[in-house]
Design a protein around this ligand. Structure first.
Ligand code: FES
Length: 157
């Protein structure tokens, strides 16, 4: 199925291009725009972006596969990213992941059937001193305990 930006997104894309010396240099902001617009960077979206930027689709696919920021499938309203790097691991990241998996009845990489939560394990979130850490959408939650996690997840509408 062919995808296309809305008129508003097309204007935003034109504005993005004004800020970069080449179309290729505008790839990351264009992918962010596409994520907002389509909720995912599916193969169809990658093809569309490659046409917009006059690039081979593999250039776009390489960038998309490098970042965890660009999901290839639709995600839940809340994307839970649990840090699984050393400091968080030592401070109980696996307990955090296991608790969330059990509470939401999903595995890592899955989305709840009501499309509310997606669970991911990610590399260092840059807050190692307050491990274990998770990020939900743009917010950080630190020094997590099972009780804290319950409170946080239960508070999300
Ligand atoms: S190791 Fe988890 S935030 Fe750095």
């Amino acid at each position: 199925m062919a995808v296309e930006f809305s008129e508003a997104a097309k204007q935003e894309f034109a504005e993005i291009l004004n800020h970069y010396p080449t179309k290729e240099a505008a790839m990351l902001p264009t992918l962010h725009l596409a994520k907002r617009e389509f909720g995912q960077i599916s193969p169809e979206v990658m093809t569309y972006i490659s046409q917009l930027l006059d690039l081979h689709v593999t250039r776009v696919a390489n960038v998309v596969s490098f970042y965890t920021l660009f999901p290839r499938e639709p995600e839940g309203k809340y994307v839970i990213q649990v840090c699984s790097t050393l400091s968080c691991q030592l401070m109980g990241a696996e307990t955090v992941v296991d608790h969330i998996k059990k509470k939401l009845a999903i595995d890592v990489g899955e989305t709840t059937p009501d499309k509310k939560f997606t669970l991911k394990k990610v590399e260092c979130l840059g807050s190692c001193g307050t491990a274990p850490v998770m990020q939900i959408n743009d917010d950080y939650y630190e020094q997590l305990t099972v009780e804290k996690i319950d409170k946080i997840l239960d508070s999300l509408e």
